[in-house]
Structures are given as structure tokens and as C-alpha cells.
Design a protein around this ligand. Structure first.
Ligand code: CA
Length: 226
């Protein structure tokens, strides 16, 4: 799980980072609204913690632009204590939850867990790429009518690729999201699993998983099926 923290107060940012890392999240920090928005648009996060008062762009501006770009990542906004106006405005703009400063880390962690749980329950239960269908509720995969048997890890890898269909995902992103191991990006375990997935899915020679040289992989409809 990878979380973006957009917070200009260094003390607060490192307090959040330390706590989340202890809970085995991967954490990126942005120190202003402009950098935060760029990072949120470029990378895939499981949740975003967004301060309201930020240099560059305010948290509200960042949130508005994210939702306008169809980024549905759950966002928890950090508001000043007692500011009902900020809370209402944040929720109206598409925030999923808020927390007033100062807060206890345990409460932040509980809210993040619940946001991530809710958002994965809300996501489409069926994702399709051409005739490849993945059912996230049943954990089953088909090509047309043929069920494809996958191991738990192969399934998770395929789900991650399909949730990000048409987008390039790097080996590092895959290590972070599927293996929860951001420090092992040089290992070839990803390539080994991609090869296994291909042999199970692309049995008739149709290519779904494309290698993007030097970066990672992308899943898309086989040529002619799009
Ligand atoms: Ca601030």
C-alpha cells in the first residue's frame, strides 16, 4: 500500500510518515500543493492525506483538480481544529474523510485503513480487457467462457495490472502494491510472475501484457479487439 502525504509542516509530515511506515505502508511526502498534485497525477496511490493550508495550491485546489482528472483515490483532508467550514467544503469537493489537527496517530491510521477498505469494496467487481474478465469479489478470471486458474500471487498481479489497464506500471509499483516490498525493485521476481501469467492467459497467442522497455508493463486489449 502506497500513501501520498501532502503537508508543508515538516514535523507533522515526518510524524505521519514514521507512523505509517511502521505499519508497513510506503509513504511519499509532498511539501506543497503543486508538487503534491503532480505526484498524485503521476503515481498510483491507495490513499492521499491532504493538508488544507498549503503553499503553491491549497488542499481544496489540489482536491478539485484531482477529481476533475478522474482520480478517485480516497482523500483524507487535515483541517484546522473547529473549522466546520473547511470540513464541509472538503467533503463537498470530493474528500472521503477529514481529521482535525492536532490528532492522535492511531485515529489517523484507523481512518486510513477504513478508507482503503471502503474504496476497494466500491471499485468495480468485474474488470474486463478484451475477452479477459476478472471478478474481484469472487477472485476468478476467465478468457471468454474458459476459467483461468491462477495462484494467489498471480491473481493479485493480474488484478493490479487490470485495475490500471492501458497505463504503464513500473516494476517498482508492482513490488509496492503486489509484494508490499518497495526495497526489492531490482529483483526479477516480477518478470518471472509476468511470464507465468502470460503462459496462462495468452495461450492462443493473443497479447494482453506488453513489456514497456526499461519501465515495466501495460495490459491492454489484443490488437483488433479494442
Ligand atoms: Ca499547512
Amino acid at each position: 500500500m502506497r500513501i501520498l502525504v501532502i503537508e508543508d509542516e515538516e514535523k507533522v509530515a515526518s510524524f505521519i510518515q514514521r507512523g505509517l511506515e511502521e505499519e508497513h505502508y510506503t509513504v511519499d511526502i509532498a511539501r506543497d500543493g503543486i508538487q503534491g498534485l503532480d505526484m498524485a497525477l503521476e503515481n498510483i496511490y491507495d490513499a492521499i492525506i491532504l493538508d488544507v493550508m498549503l503553499p503553491g495550491k491549497s488542499g481544496f485546489e489540489v482536491l478539485t483538480e484531482l477529481r476533475a482528472a478522474d482520480i478517485t483515490t480516497p482523500v483524507l483532508i487535515l483541517t484546522a481544529r473547529g473549522s466546520t467550514e473547511d470540513r464541509v467544503r472538503g467533503l463537498d469537493l470530493g474528500a472521503d474523510d477529514y481529521l482535525a489537527k492536532p490528532f492522535h496517530f492511531d485515529e489517523l491510521a484507523a481512518r486510513i485503513r477504513s478508507l482503503i477498505r471502503r474504496s476497494s469494496a466500491q471499485k468495480a467487481t468485474r474488470i474486463t480487457v478484451g475477452d479477459l474478465v476478472l471478478d474481484t469479489a469472487a477472485h476468478l478470471v476467465w478468457r471468454g467462457d474458459k476459467e483461468i486458474e491462477l495462484t494467489a500471487r498471480e491473481y493479485e498481479l493480474l488484478e493490479f495490472l487490470m485495475r490500471n489497464k492501458h497505463r504503464i506500471v513500473s516494476r517498482t509499483m508492482i513490488m509496492q502494491h503486489v509484494w508490499n516490498d518497495p526495497y526489492n525493485s531490482m529483483s526479477n521476481v516480477v518478470d518471472v510472475y509476468i511470464k507465468r501469467l502470460r503462459s496462462k492467459i495468452e495461450y492462443d497467442g493473443k497479447h494482453f501484457i506488453h513489456n514497456v522497455r526499461g519501465i515495466g508493463y501495460r495490459i491492454k486489449e489484443p490488437n483488433g479487439d479494442a
